[in-house]
Write a protein that binds this ligand. Structure first.
Ligand code: FES
Length: 444
């Protein structure tokens, strides 16, 4: 399994993949050729319609297939032939770089540049410099080394036992029970999402209640589970009178779904609880959705506990290689069970892209490379959307600290774009928006 080590020969010739937009950078590269400019031949160019089309999976795939460096380039801001493609790409790259940094990826191997059709010289210079830098760094073998570490695929026993522990369901508060019963009798709701006690299983799990009689099984919310995960497309599309029993985390999740036009806030009646599960009041989602930020301690990134943020800050003090070694160790326990995806209140795509095999971008095997890719792709898919409820980490049987990756992206969204997921249902989602003032210090 050490074919990749052969690459570390004395006469190492780096393999570089460049994803470029067709209108500016590709034409700039053409100009360099027509002008007979000399530059190293190590770069394979892949032309795309716009830098906005460059997907994180393209970059990952290039590294997985043996690239030592990846160059991504498009038109200068303001010059995009589709007006906004490069502004949107810039926002995604900012988030992606922060995520990769937490994962201990060597960011020197990913270069981003704006190169116009008239900048043949800049293309030649960028490729020359990047080839030199990658040659000095040597072959990129870290991702391939991940394939070697599958000897201990199971998480530590204690972690698994803690996840499997039975919990006795606590009955729902009287005040909440009466309010929901009344909403059913007045036909304000046809279905209510809450927690059902399952005594024989010694479990409390999210479920839909369809009548006042069923409410005898209504339980108090347990920690770690977010009921909004059951708000999937068929229910939202077909039922105009929904009720949701919601703590701040559920309220924030509903706001994200509103922003993404997955639900209509007039269609949902919220039975609001505080963070500890105590009943507060009832109202439509539209009435209650604007107050989410006040429900979390001031200065806290919505949903992400101060403890997680502190842990993240300490983790980022470690050297890059140590960060990578940490994720290499924990990711090998991943079973590809997708429990994290199933528990997530925000994952509501009709078909998850990891389940598509035409084309198959994603390595589905529970091996080092497949696991590491899943860590990246799952977290990135939730960038600017995750509200930090921690349901994914609670569900993970391998006890992978997924919250740390989610918190990285939440911090990046706040620091770079002053954006917090789930706070304001009236604004566009982070990745569907841009500002001409978004920072780009990492782009040459
Ligand atoms: Fe070049 Fe959009 S067309 S970046």
């Amino acid at each position: 399994m050490d074919w990749y080590k052969d690459m570390a020969e004395e006469n190492f010739q780096p393999k570089i993949v460049a994803f470029v937009c067709r209108w500016c950078t590709y034409t700039g590269a053409d100009l360099a050729g027509m002008s007979r400019l000399q530059y190293p031949p190590n770069t394979k160019v892949i032309m795309l319609p716009c830098s906005g089309r460059i997907d994180i999976n393209f970059v990952l795939r290039a590294f997985m297939q043996g690239a030592d460096g990846v160059l991504v380039s498009g038109c200068h801001p303001g010059d995009c032939h589709y007006n906004e493609g490069n502004y949107r790409a810039r926002r995604r790259w900012t988030l992606l770089r922060d995520l990769l940094d937490t994962l201990g990826f060597d960011l020197r191997r990913l270069k981003l540049a704006w190169i116009s059709a008239a900048e043949g010289n800049k293309w030649a210079q960028t490729v020359t410099d990047f080839t030199k830098e990658i040659t000095e760094l040597g072959p990129y073998t870290e991702l391939h080394e991940l394939c070697d570490c599958v000897e201990s695929p199971l998480a530590p026993e204690a972690a698994i036992a803690a996840k499997m522990a039975f919990t006795e369901a606590k009955p729902a508060e009287d005040a909440l029970l009466k309010t929901v019963q009344q909403a059913f009798s007045e036909e304000k709701v046809a279905k209510v999402l809450g927690w059902r006690s399952r005594p024989t299983l010694k479990r409390t799990s999210p479920d839909w209640f369809e009548s006042a009689e069923e409410l005898k099984d209504l339980a108090a919310p347990p920690a770690g589970v977010n009921v909004v995960r059951l708000c999937d497309e068929p229910v939202l599309a077909n039922e105009p009178k929904l009720g949701v029993i919601a703590r701040p985390r559920e309220l924030a999740s509903l706001n994200v779904l509103t922003q993404e036009h997955a639900l209509n806030p007039e269609q949902v009646t919220v039975f609001e609880l505080d963070a500890d599960g105590k009943y507060l009041r009832t109202g439509t989602l539209r009435e209650l959705s604007g107050e989410v930020a006040q429900k979390f301690p001031e200065g806290q990134v919505v949903g992400h506990s101060a403890e997680t943020m502190q842990k993240l800050a300490e983790f980022m003090q470690k050297p890059r290689a140590e960060r990578f070694a940490f994720w290499k160790e924990v990711s090998q326990h991943c079973l590809h069970c997708y429990a994290c995806r199933q528990a997530c209140p925000i994952c509501h795509c009709k078909k998850c892209y990891v389940d598509k095999n035409q084309p198959q971008w994603f390595p589905t095997a529970a091996d080092g490379m497949g696991n590491f890719s899943w860590l990246i792709v799952r977290a990135f898919h939730l960038a600017g959307r995750c509200i930090g409820c921690g349901a994914c980490q609670t569900a993970c049987p391998a006890d992978i600290p997924l919250n740390m990756l989610n918190a990285t992206l939440a911090k990046s969204a706040l620091d770079n774009f002053s954006y917090q997921a789930g706070v304001n249902p009236e604004v566009p989602p982070l990745q569907a928006d841009f500002s001409q003032k978004d920072q780009e210090t990492f782009i040459i």
